[in-house]
Design a protein around this ligand. Structure first.
Ligand code: ATP
Length: 331
C-alpha cells in the first residue's frame, strides 16, 4: 500500500485511474492537472489469470483504500477508468464493470478497457496514435482520430509475438545452438548462456529451459543476454535485434496504413521491457517505416500506465488535460 498524498489545491474534476494486470493492480485519484491525491497498489485483477473471487476482493480493496486515504476527494470522483489486461473480452468487461460499479455511487461512470489503450495514452496523453508493446509477448495497437481501433499481432507466442522478449530470447538460443553445431559463425551467446546457467557446455542449458516452471517466460528472459551480446559487438546478436526490429517495423507500418491512410506522421509509443533497450531496435524500425513513407515519431511513455488510465478517464469527462499534467503526476 502506498502512503496517502495530501490535497494539492483547487481542482474542478477528480477521476480514478486503475491499471490492472496479472501480477498487480494500481489505482489513483487524480485531477486534470495531474495532482495525485491518493494511490494504492493491491494484488492481481486479470480475470484470465486469477479467480473471480480474487478479482473482486482486490478491486474492492483498492477502492476502499483510496476512500480511506482521501474520503472527501473520493466523494467528488465522477469517472473511473480501468485499463485491464483481459479487459477487451466482453465477459471480463461486464464482470469488472459490475464489481467496480458496486464500489461507487450510481452517478459515477465506470469504464473498463483493454490495457493497450492506457499504454497508448501514457505516451500520447490521450491523442490518437499507435502503441507497440513488447514485453514477454508483443502486440501493436492503435486508435485514430475517429476513434477506430486496430491491432496487429499479439496472437500468442507459438505463431506470433514478433519483436517480443520471447522472440528475441528464442532466436538467441536458436542461434547459439546453430553456432554450437557449426552451421553458422561463432557467437559470444554460447559463453554468455553457459555463464548464465552456470554450466560448462551449451546442451546443459536445455533442462533449465524445458523444465522451468514456464519455458515461455524463461526464454523471454534470455532477451537480456542477447542485448548483452549485442553490447559486446556480437554480430549474431546484432542480426537478431535487426530482424526483430524489422518485424516490429512491419507491424507498425501495417497498422499505421489501416488507421492513418492519409498521413505519413504517426506517433508511436514504445512500451514494455524489451524497449529498455530501444536503442538496439529504433534505427531498424525507423528504416522500415521510412521505406513505406511513414515517419514514426517514437515516444517513450511520459507517465506510468496508471497515468494513461487517468487520462482516459479525463477524456471520458471531456476535461482539458493541463499542460503541467506530466510534471505534477510524476512528482
Ligand atoms: N535490458 C533488457 N534488454 C533486453 N530485454 C529486456 C531488458 N529488460 C527487460 N527485458 C525483457 O522484457 C521482457 C519483460 O517485459 P515486461 O515486464 O514489460 O513484460 P510482461 O509484462 O511480463 O509481459 P507482457 O507485456 O507480455 O504481459 C522480458 O522478455 C525481458 O527479458
Amino acid at each position: 500500500m502506498v502512503a496517502p498524498f495530501s490535497i494539492k489545491g483547487e481542482a474542478s474534476m477528480y477521476v480514478i485511474g486503475i491499471d490492472g494486470g496479472g501480477t498487480k493492480t494500481i489505482g489513483a485519484i487524480v485531477d486534470e492537472s495531474g495532482h495525485v491525491y491518493a494511490k494504492s497498489e493491491v494484488g492481481p485483477s486479470n480475470p484470465n489469470s486469477v479467480d473471480t473471487s480474487l478479482v473482486k476482493s482486490e478491486l474492492e480493496k483498492i477502492c476502499y483504500s483510496l476512500r480511506e486515504q482521501q474520503p472527501e476527494v473520493f466523494a467528488q470522483v465522477t469517472n473511473v477508468f480501468a485499463g485491464m489486461s483481459g479487459g477487451d473480452h466482453q465477459e471480463n468487461q461486464q464482470l469488472l464493470k459490475s464489481i467496480l460499479e458496486g464500489c461507487f455511487p450510481k452517478h459515477v461512470k465506470v469504464n473498463i478497457d483493454n490495457d493497450a489503450i492506457t499504454a497508448l495514452y501514457s505516451g500520447t496523453l490521450g491523442k490518437p496514435g499507435v502503441v507497440q508493446i513488447s514485453g514477454t509477448g508483443s502486440i501493436t495497437f492503435g486508435v485514430n482520430e475517429h476513434g477506430e481501433r486496430q491491432r496487429v499481432g499479439g496472437w500468442g507466442y507459438l505463431f506470433s509475438d514478433y519483436g517480443s522478449g520471447y522472440a528475441i530470447g528464442r532466436d538467441g538460443v536458436s542461434e547459439a545452438f546453430k553456432a554450437y553445431d557449426g552451421i553458422t559463425e561463432e557467437t559470444v551467446l554460447i559463453r554468455l548462456l553457459e555463464m548464465h546457467y552456470q554450466v560448462t557446455s551449451l546442451p546443459d542449458i536445455i533442462p533449465f529451459i524445458y523444465q522451468s516452471k514456464n519455458p515461455r517466460t524463461e526464454l523471454a528472459s534470455i532477451s537480456k543476454i542477447v542485448s548483452e551480446a549485442a553490447d559486446l559487438g556480437d554480430q549474431v546478436a546484432a542480426k537478431i535485434y535487426q530482424k526483430n526490429g524489422e518485424d516490429l517495423g512491419q507491424s507498425i507500418v501495417c497498422l499505421s496504413k489501416k488507421l492513418f491512410p492519409h498521413t505519413c506522421k504517426v506517433p508511436v509509443v514504445l512500451t514494455g521491457g524489451v524497449f529498455k533497450r530501444h536503442d538496439l531496435l529504433m534505427d531498424t524500425m525507423q528504416e522500415v517505416l521510412v521505406k513505406s513513407d511513414i515517419r514514426g515519431e517514437f515516444i517513450i511513455p511520459l507517465v506510468e500506465p496508471i497515468g494513461g488510465a487517468v487520462i482516459a478517464a479525463l477524456k471520458e469527462e471531456k476535461a482539458e488535460i493541463h499542460s503541467n499534467f506530466v510534471d505534477n503526476f510524476n512528482q
